[in-house]
Design a protein around this ligand. Structure first.
Ligand code: NDP
Length: 256
């Protein structure tokens, strides 16, 4: 695990958007960004889950978050541009965005992948991230240091049988990050990927129903890397795909 200890208030006065903030890894990242002093914009498709995260942040004494109920499967380019305009109006700039929301789709042999499912996964995991990145770049450039963090996967670096469109979408995520990071080099905005590694969440349980979740690290365990990439300590890090669990063997269910 990354031995990074966030300073108290390291994210004070920062504004950070988290997609898929209602559950799993995104929920934990939102809570910890707020705990480190950030105003967090909670984006997700299930309003009551976002409200629960909002309540937890306020109860812990964090800065008041904002809630953006949005389904990334159906949202239009205009929806993302409106969101960027609202962020600019309310906060003036955006310091960071964690692209965390994703769907798994069906794990099937390649020739059984349905076009409809392929398009749905690509829409949420790739096209929506492209549109939101494009809309947010101007407000990110207004921050002293802007950080874009995408979420990859082991199957986004090495293809694996039956991981279908999810794997393809994660390769696309790595490609989007690399292309953008190369353009951003030398600017005040950076882009990187995190590969969380096997983590105790609903998505992991869906992909590996027979696995004992107690053998897995929790979202909380991964947070040093999530905090590092949003803090100014990583201002010089650009174009990297980093592992939240570097000691883990890809594909294995139990960490070394
Ligand atoms: P979860 O399925 O537990 O959470 C995913 C989040 O994304 C949920 O909050 C979900 O909302 C949201 N979401 C899904 N579809 C949409 C949509 N159409 N619009 C808006 N929000 C949406 O996943 P994890 O926390 O496990 O995964 C987080 C990230 O980490 C993903 O990118 C995943 O691919 C990646 N990852 C996870 C690993 C793991 O072992 N858990 C391993 C490698 C990568 P709702 O709660 O409403 O469903």
């Amino acid at each position: 695990m990354l031995e990074y200890q966030v300073q108290a208030n390291a994210l004070k006065n920062k504004v950070i958007l988290v997609t898929g903030a209602g559950s799993g890894i995104g929920r934990e990242a939102a809570l910890q960004y707020a705990q480190a002093g950030a105003s967090v914009i909670l984006l997700g498709r299930t309003t009551n889950k976002l409200e629960q995260v909002y309540d937890a942040i306020v109860a812990a004494g964090g800065p008041e978050p904002a809630i953006v109920p949005l389904d990334m499967e159906g949202a239009s380019e205009q929806n993302y541009q409106d969101l960027a305009a609202t962020i600019e109006e309310q906060f003036g700039h955006l310091d960071g965005v964690l692209f965390n929301a994703s769907v798994l789709g069906a794990l099937t042999p390649f020739d059984q992948m349905e076009l409809e499912m392929f398009q749905q996964v690509m829409q949420v995991n790739v096209t929506a991230q492209f549109l939101l990145t494009k809309a947010l770049l101007p407000v990110l450039r207004k921050a002293p240091q802007g950080s874009i963090v995408y979420t990859s996967s082991g199957v986004g670096r090495q293809g694996r049988a039956f991981w279908g469109v999810y794997a393809i979408s994660k390769f696309a995520t790595e490609g989007m990050m690399q292309t953008l990071a190369d353009e951003l080099a030398g600017s005040n905005v950076r882009a990187n990927c995190i590969n969380p590694g096997a983590t105790r969440t609903k998505m992991r349980a869906t992909a590996f129903p027979a696995e004992d979740p107690q053998t897995l690290r929790t979202a909380e365990d991964l947070m040093p890397l999530y905090l590092y990439l949003m803090s100014d300590d990583s201002a010089e890090v650009n174009g990297q795909s980093l592992d939240a669990q570097p000691d883990r063997i890809p594909g294995a269910s139990v960490s070394r």
